[in-house]
Design a protein around this ligand. Structure first.
Ligand SMILES: Nc1nc2c(c(=O)[nH]1)N=C([C@H](O)[C@H](O)COP(=O)(O)OP(=O)(O)OP(=O)(O)O)CN2
Ligand SMILES: [Zn+2]
Length: 119
């Protein structure tokens, strides 16, 4: 079994509305996103072409989240809920009979990240 990962970054603003602390105020992060696909190689020897994965991430995630106010899309945009939203956006587009979306890892700061899998 193979695990293929593509990494990108995006900049976005948010505030945590159901939270008491400094993060209830508007602020921003440079998010680091890792998308991992699990599967077996096709006749070209690839689980998924890195270029195809990059294109899907750009169209479904970066074009919506980069330089955005995330609360417009996700009501309580914790790292947990952003990661789940990204998983749900990408899952149907990468799934074939030989591969599926395995994991989203989302770094909110250089020292804080969430790992989301559908289990
Ligand atoms: N479980 C979660 N905890 C927190 C989240 C979250 O999404 N999930 N989010 C925040 C804030 O939005 C934001 O991440 C600020 O965190 P903070 O602790 O202030 O980050 P620092 O800049 O202090 O990061 P360091 O890398 O520790 O310097 C809060 N909690
Ligand atoms: Zn934050």
């Amino acid at each position: 079994m193979f695990y293929i990962t593509k990494e990108v970054t995006f900049d976005a603003a948010h505030n945590l509305t159901s939270y008491h602390g400094k993060c209830e105020k508007l602020h921003g992060h440079t998010y680091r996103l890792q998308v991992t696909i699990k599967g077996e190689p096709d006749e070209e020897g690839m689980v998924i072409d890195f270029a195809e994965l990059k294109k899907v991430i750009k169209e479904k995630i970066l074009d919506k989240l980069d330089h955005s106010y995330i609360n417009d899309l996700i009501p309580q945009p914790t790292a947990e809920y952003i990661a789940r939203w990204i998983f749900d956006e990408l899952e149907p587009l990468v799934k074939t009979d030989k591969r599926k979306l395995f994991e989203i890892v989302l770094w909110e700061t250089p020292t804080s990240f969430v790992r989301y899998r559908k289990e």
